[in-house]
Design a protein around this ligand. Structure first.
Ligand code: ADP
Length: 484
């Protein structure tokens, strides 16, 4: 048999066996050794079935007997791979090409064997990746599509069929997709597609579809356009995401936001109008008090004098409360973002407060403060409130020392106003920022309880936050942040 195997057969890059009609190996090329581990001489005269596992031999026994009766060219393992068995006992996937030929000695079959271990692995990986892609598409409500604009053939991923509730039987074309476009959006979609083809550039867009089950969905199309050497559009590929829920949520959120804004505006208006209207009778009360004191002051006894004083101070307190409330409702209404030097701003505030500083014999230490983008009037009020409080809430026998500092942290400035005053207990650290919340009686420390609510509103207006770190009897540091 070696006579019929020219040397070129030896050099073939594939494994070659020549088998007789009994299924015995009459020739094996050298390549066989590297695949199966047998030397060609070890195989000669042996049954070819030794190169496949027993179970594979018995599975295909009948087919093989039939085949050798009338051999024809045939390929095994093109779909499901055949299984090879190496001398080491290891099994591997293979593809086999059989072609019979006649000689003077009778019929023989040449068997070309391909070790497809690598291809098999790659195919398995591809299947796995496709499964993963399918899962990702399902989870994110995304499908992908491909449109050959020359043949008008369209390919959809499995999940796109699911999104459109479209059966898989039909041959897809652009018209299939277009038939799902919601009637009122058809003109818009046509315009978009024409624009994409004209500009050879995909602009993502949204539109509604009516699915195979009559459901209305909003989809988001994103894609890429491919052109040929002449610059003509030949293909588009892309994704299609079902954003119905997302759009509904966005709409709800926008409505909710608008309602909040309207309510807020209403409240601010209410506070403003109420404040204005309350001021008028208060002014009258104050004038009446003054008039009473002026005209009939002499005829009051001591109790009458005290009562008139009490009324006067209550009217003044109420007046201050209303002014503060009016200010609170107006914060940020006419705001304009400007570049401001905080150093100058704080110096101006301490200038305004110089009388109170002097009275309290306070020491003010101003650190290096930055130039920032801010709402100047509002920020000035914030510093003023914090410094006034630091002056006001000092310990009876210790003059206040107040330190104002700033530190750049990541993407924002962190400002601090530190005092050595009476401090704040743990439980009250958040409550003090609520409007009208005070920790002391009016007689101990005067005030309206609006100052820190102002500060919080101003910090938030800048996109920042405010908080306090404090220890009773040791002092407090108020921090607030202003994003860059
Ligand atoms: P007001 O100063 O008019 O009372 P604020 O809103 O400015 O109102 O402050 C609320 C409360 O927080 C104050 O009544 C006080 O009890 C407490 N507080 C504010 N600043 C300080 C401070 N620097 N030290 C101690 N307590 C403070």
């Amino acid at each position: 048999m070696n006579k019929i195997a020219p040397s070129v057969v030896e050099e073939l890059p594939n494994n070659l066996l020549i088998v007789n009609t009994e299924g015995e190996i009459v020739f094996a090329n050298h390549r066989i050794e590297s695949t199966f581990g047998y030397k060609p001489s070890e195989l000669r005269g042996k049954k070819a079935s030794m190169l496949v596992p027993d179970y594979f031999t018995s599975m295909n026994a009948e087919k093989r007997v039939e085949y050798y009766k009338k051999p024809t060219p045939y390929t095994v393992g093109n779909g499901v791979p055949a299984v090879g068995l190496r001398k080491s006992g290891e099994e591997f996937p293979m593809e086999i090409g059989l072609s019979p030929f006649q000689t003077e000695q009778g019929t023989f079959v040449s068997v070309i064997i391909l070790d497809i271990t690598e291809r098999h692995k790659t195919e398995a990986e591809l299947v796995k990746k496709n499964e993963l892609l399918g899962l990702a598409e399902e989870l994110t409500q995304v499908g992908h599509w491909q449109w050959d604009t020359v043949t008008n053939e369209v390919i959809w991923s499995d999940n796109l069929y699911t999104l459109f509730h479209q059966s898989r039987e039909e041959d897809l074309t652009y018209a299939t997709y277009f038939s799902y476009v919601y009637e009122e959006d058809k003109e818009y979609v046509t315009e978009q597609v024409e624009r994409i083809i004209r500009d050879k550039k995909f602009y993502d867009f949204f539109h509604r579809i009516k699915t195979g089950q009559g459901q209305i969905k909003i989809i988001h199309l994103v894609g890429k356009v491919f052109t040929n050497a002449r610059g003509e559009v030949i293909e588009m590929i892309g994704t299609c995401q079902d954003v119905t829920k997302q759009k509904a949520d966005e709409k709800k959120l926008a409505e909710f936001n608008q309602q909040l804004l309207d309510k807020n505006k209403e409240l601010e208006n209410f506070a403003y109008v109420a404040g204005h209207d309350l001021k008028e009778p208060l002014r009258t009360m104050s004038s009446v008090c003054n008039l009473l004191q002026k005209k009939h002051g002499g005829s009051f006894n001591e109790e009458g004098e005290t009562l008139i004083d009490l009324m006067n101070s209550s009217v003044n307190r109420m007046s201050k409360l209303i002014s503060d409330l009016l200010d609170y409702s107006q914060i940020g209404i006419d705001r304009t973002l400007v570049t401001a030097d905080c150093q100058e701003l704080v110096e101006a505030v301490t200038n305004d407060l110089s009388l109170a500083i002097e009275e309290a014999q306070a020491k003010i230490i101003i650190g290096k403060l930055p130039v920032i983008q801010c709402y100047r009037t509002e920020l000035r009020l914030l510093f003023q409130n914090l410094i006034s409080n630091a002056l006001k809430f000092h310990k009876a026998d210790i003059p206040p020392t107040i330190e104002i500092s700033a530190q750049l942290v990541d993407t924002f400035w962190k400002f601090g106003v530190k005092d050595n005053g009476i401090g704040i207990d743990k439980e009250s650290k958040t409550n003090i920022f609520k409007i009208f919340h005070r920790l002391h009686s009016y007689d101990d420390y005067q005030g309206t309880g609006i100052g820190l609510a102002h500060c919080q509103k101003i910090a938030e207006l800048h996109g920042g936050t405010i908080w306090v770190e404090s220890e009773l009897e040791k002092g407090s540091t108020f921090f607030f942040t202003i994003p860059l």
